[in-house]
Design a binder for this molecule. Structure first.
Ligand SMILES: [Zn+2]
Length: 175
């Protein structure tokens, strides 16, 4: 990504929500944040695209040669390493391939929808992308319904800790 220069590179979370709102990505109705239908549709379309060739899109997102990416898939999740240099670096870790697809697709969609996205640093972009995953309503891999592992009555706690979300159908963990 060719970092576009901007003065507001250090956005706070509140700023991010405001920006996501004004760019038509998030809807804020009575403090209940949801994705707009148009962003959700676009993200869904991207997820399907990324699913056809995850490594190529992953290479774009982490700025690495897809040929040098090694994907480690085990029961704990997915780790992706870049083995192009003399030192292997981990470029990302996800709880499942479904979560990876969602994040990589969100990266691509946000890059198009959000002019500020490229001005954010890598950590801010990763955080923003992971936060969007909360708004998924269907499993990125199979389209199945998502369920939360935590007691819904524990809503106050769920806001600070990340809820444990997985797919009812294929069992993919999203968090
Ligand atoms: Zn699923």
């Amino acid at each position: 990504m060719s970092g576009r220069s901007s003065d507001d590179a250090n956005l706070t979370y509140g700023d991010i929500i405001t920006v996501l709102n004004s760019e038509g990505i998030l809807l804020d109705s009575n403090d209940d944040l949801t994705l707009t239908d148009s962003f959700r549709t676009d993200w869904r379309r991207r997820i399907d695209q990324v699913a056809e060739d995850p490594t190529t899109y992953l290479g774009l997102v982490v700025e690495a040669d897809p040929e040098s990416l090694v994907v480690d898939d085990d029961e704990d999740g997915i780790a992706v390493r870049d083995e192009s240099g003399s030192i292997t670096r981990t470029v990302g870790e996800w709880p499942s391939e479904a979560a990876l697809l969602a994040d990589v697709a969100a990266f691509v969609s946000l890059g198009e929808w959000l002019p500020e996205f490229e001005a954010l640093d890598g950590v801010e972009r990763d955080e923003l992308v992971a936060r969007l995953r909360v708004f998924l309503e269907a499993c990125p891999s199979c389209g199945g319904e998502l369920k939360e592992g935590e007691d819904p009555s524990d809503a106050a706690a769920a806001e600070v800790s990340v809820p444990d979300v997985s797919c009812r159908d294929c069992g993919a963990a999203l968090f």
